[in-house]
Design a protein around this ligand. Structure first.
Ligand SMILES: Nc1ncnc2c1ncn2[C@@H]1O[C@H](COP(=O)(O)OP(=O)(O)OP(=O)(O)O)[C@@H](O)[C@H]1O
Ligand SMILES: [Mg+2]
Length: 384
């Protein structure tokens, strides 16, 4: 176990124009599970490879525990990696695969046997130890790959999209197992995914990245409730947050746009004080929209009215897309909704849950958490 410190790390590849990783700054807690998430090419793997020692750092410092590891080769960093292509040695049994790294280190036989057996027990693969990889299912192979990492009892685990070869159901199972494993072993872990659900369910803290920059580092709920900008707001949560261009109407104290009118809450007044008469982005999550029906019509405010364009029944809920003026608004509704395509529909939103963003910078106008504040300064905005 160890605290890992990435101090203002940059990575520029030879010939690369922009930095692949730009001023990455993060100190983990001891034993923390940190998830790196972001779209393809945002620098997740590069960051992991720098921690691992497989890629040189162009600028900054990297500390693992009380060691500055600049110049220390990968094999001496006391790190174990599980990557997407976790090639197991096909000619070796599971046992041999798991024992391999310890054998290389010339550990005593008894110690290797114990380490392999312990790891196999933790992962529930004792009965597979004599099989060859080809006789295993994808999930079982994944467990063996984890087993290979566990036997080394590293100070840090690095896992880069380790589940992406698995089918959806197996991914859900394995991600729960990795979380349990982390709880049991308490090893500081960096986990990469581009799946925001995986990030939310696994991470103690999540680092949202874009174009090499950290956008926000926060606990899952803080990311969801207090995203620092529209990129994070749109990236975290599914279906994605709706963004509506709205005019801040001073006289009526409302946010107004074609097809909608939403009352400003007390909490919004300070946020919008400098935006009176101007346009802002209003962000509404699909799950915070409700259908206006005959029964609640008299008691609802904050309506968005338009025409139903898409209906997706998912069983537990129904996702509808409603054209409201120039916007397509996605709403997550009760599964019993009787709407049909082409129907006029009125939605009502919970204005306490409304997000507000500056029209130009796309940064939030609302309060953020301390960690959000720290990172928002140099965050890139979604406008390229
Ligand atoms: N060896 C390399 N030489 C030059 N550029 C590289 C190299 N490796 C990565 N890059 C570039 O650095 C950027 C970040 O790549 P990286 O692999 O870290 O992204 P990622 O977030 O892991 O993406 P993905 O989700 O697709 O795995 C990309 O623009 C990529 O093209
Ligand atoms: Mg990658």
């Amino acid at each position: 176990m160890a605290i890992v410190q990435l101090k203002d790390i940059c990575k520029q590849f030879d010939g690369g124009e922009a930095n692949a990783v730009d001023h990455f700054d993060l100190t983990t807690r001891d034993g923390e599970f940190v998830v790196l998430v972001g779209p393809s090419g945002c620098g997740k793997t590069t960051t992991m490879r720098m921690i691992a020692g497989l890629e040189e750092i162009s600028k900054g410092e990297l500390w693992i525990g009380d060691r500055n590891v600049d110049g220390i080769p990968a094999k001496d960093r006391d790190i174990a990696m599980v990557f997407q292509s976790y090639a197991l040695y096909p000619h070796m049994s599971v046992r041999e695969n798991m024992a391999f790294s310890l054998k290389l280190k010339k550990r005593p036989k008894a110690e290797i046997t114990k380490a392999v057996n312990d790891a196999a027990e933790i992962l529930g693969i004792q009965n597979l130890l004599d099989r060859k990889p080809k006789a295993l299912s994808g999930g079982q192979r994944q467990r063996v790959a984890l087993g290979r990492a566990i036997v080394r009892q590293p100070q840090v685990f690095l896992m880069d999209e380790p589940l992406s070869n698995l089918d959806a159901k197996m991914r859900v199972e394995m991600r729960a197992e990795i979380v349990k494993l982390h709880r049991k072993l308490g090893v500081t872990t960096f986990y990469v995914t581009h799946d925001q659900v995986e990030a939310m369910t696994m991470g103690q803290r999540i680092v949202v990245m874009r174009d090499g920059y950290i956008q926000q580092i926060d606990a899952p709920n803080a990311l969801y409730e207090r995203p620092v900008n529209m990129f994070v707001a749109g990236f975290i949560g599914t279906p994605s947050m709706n963004f509506l261009k709205a005019r801040v109407d001073d006289a009526s104290q409302r946010l107004i746009g074609e097809g909608f009118s939403i009352a400003m809450e007390k909490a919004h007044e300070t946020a919008l004080a400098n935006h009176l008469g101007r346009e802002v982005w209003a962000g509404v999550r699909p799950e915070h929209l409700d259908l206006v029906t005959d029964a609640n019509a008299g008691t609802t405010d904050n309506q968005l009215t338009g025409t139903v364009e898409v209906i997706e029944p998912l069983g537990a809920v129904t996702i509808v897309q409603v054209r409201v003026g120039e916007h397509i608004v996605t709403a997550e509704l009760d599964s019993h909704t009787s709407l049909a395509m082409g129907d006029p529909a009125a939605l009502t939103c919970d204005s306490h849950k409304l997000h507000l963003f500056d029209a130009a910078s796309e940064k939030t106008l609302l309060e953020t958490s301390d960690s959000g504040k720290r990172t928002t300064g140099d965050a890139k905005t979604t406008t390229a």
